[in-house]
Design a protein around this ligand. Structure first.
Ligand code: UDP
Ligand code: MN
Length: 345
């Protein structure tokens, strides 16, 4: 009798178990779909499609490394300090000692407690400014971590002693970052510009953002109010889509000046407006240094850009990566980016 009851009960138990697993599966899939729809509709105006996709995958627990469920980071990071002190004197060694523990080798970081809203690459053109590396990394890691961003810092050095070509280095840094990416957006960031207020959020936006609105070496005069409101130098943020539309940066500016104005032109030819935060928060402390050789031909070169950018930029740059090393707080790239024409054109 007892045996009989058990054997009758078995199919029932199996059926109940199947029911419950079906219900659980439906709830899981349904939950993911709801999350997808929710995260797809809420930030749509500000969020690039691939960022939404990444967020959904992670929320559904399928992100690489599957750390399990993490709530999205809040829109306003909770630990912001507002005005910041800038330490110009800190060495790279001290910086590594203090910060390297929490940062992945190669200079990447992601908040452990929440799912970051943005994944961003910081690309820094570089040569012969060794004393600025410590202060920059010390300041920027802390700044970006308080903003709960997922980021990687790339320092891209020009090989040799020819005239400096900032824009070529930015193109190279971008292409190198893409191989680790995609990132939601890319910050092109001078090494001597340190943001003075962490409410200046390095979030990605549908329009390119000029970041360095007011700088100490300009007595904080705002690029909004200057006659020269087309200023796009110092530091800016762009998405892959923006960069594709303008073909990245021009390759033909050697020496100081012109390449940032050229980018402004590219954006205006494409009817892409630039956003800026108010000068009260978009403030930068600049580190003093010797001036680089000025490009006296820069205005002529700029005037010649009446739409030639499809033939000068990411599509045409030639370079050789001489070295790529993951340091504790940054990815270092040494590139041969060619030589300037003589005389400059
Ligand atoms: N830079 C560099 N070494 C140089 C010249 C320039 O590393 O010899 C990089 C560095 O990131 C610097 C940026 O290019 O912040 C812009 O150049 P610079 O500071 O000379 O221009 P400024 O904006 O001060 O006129
Ligand atoms: Mn400078």
């Amino acid at each position: 009798m007892a045996v009989d009851r058990i054997s009758k009960a078995r199919p029932f138990l199996a059926w109940t178990a199947r029911m419950w697993s079906a219900i659980a599966l439906t709830m899981l899939v349904g939950g993911c779909l709801v999350l997808q729809r929710r995260s797809g509709s809420l930030p749509s105006a500000r969020t690039p499609i691939d960022a939404v996709g990444r967020q959904e995958r992670a929320e559904c627990g399928r992100e690489e490394g599957n750390k399990g469920y993490l709530p999205p980071c809040p829109a306003t990071p909770p630990g912001l300090q507002g005005k910041l002190e800038v330490r110009e004197d800190i060495s790279l060694e001290e910086t590594v000692k203090e910060l390297a523990d929490g940062v992945r080798v190669g200079g990447s970081w992601s908040p452990p407690q929440c799912l970051p809203r943005w994944k961003i690459a910081i690309i820094v053109p570089f040569r012969d400014r060794q004393s600025q590396v410590g202060p920059f990394l010390y300041h920027m890691h802390k700044f970006l971590q308080r903003q709960q961003l997922n980021y990687t810092i790339y320092i891209v050095e020009q090989e040799g002693t020819d005239l400096f070509n900032r824009a070529r280095l930015l193109n190279v840094g971008y292409l190198q970052a893409l191989t680790d990416g995609p990132f939601d957006c890319y910050a092109f960031h001078d090494i001597d510009m340190l943001p003075e207020d962490d409410r200046h959020l390095y979030h990605c936006s549908p329009q390119p953002r000029h970041l360095a609105v007011a700088a100490s070496n300009q007595n904080y005069r705002s690029s909004h109010s200057l006659a020269y409101n087309k200023y796009f130098g110092g530091a800016c943020l762009m998405t892959q889509e923006h960069l594709a539309r303008v073909n990245g940066w021009s390759n033909i500016y050697w020496g100081w000046g012109g390449e940032d104005d050229d980018m402004w032109r590219r954006l205006s030819f494409e009817n892409i407006p630039v956003w800026r935060f108010p000068a009260s928060v978009a403030r930068y402390k600049t580190i003093k240094h010797d001036p680089q050789t000025v490009n006296k031909k820069r205005y002529q070169t700029l005037q010649r850009n009446t739409g030639r950018y499809p033939h000068d930029g990411l599509s045409t740059i030639k370079y050789v990566i001489k070295s790529r090393v993951s340091h504790p707080l940054y990815t270092y790239i040494l590139a041969n980016i060619g030589t300037p024409p003589k005389p400059l054109t």
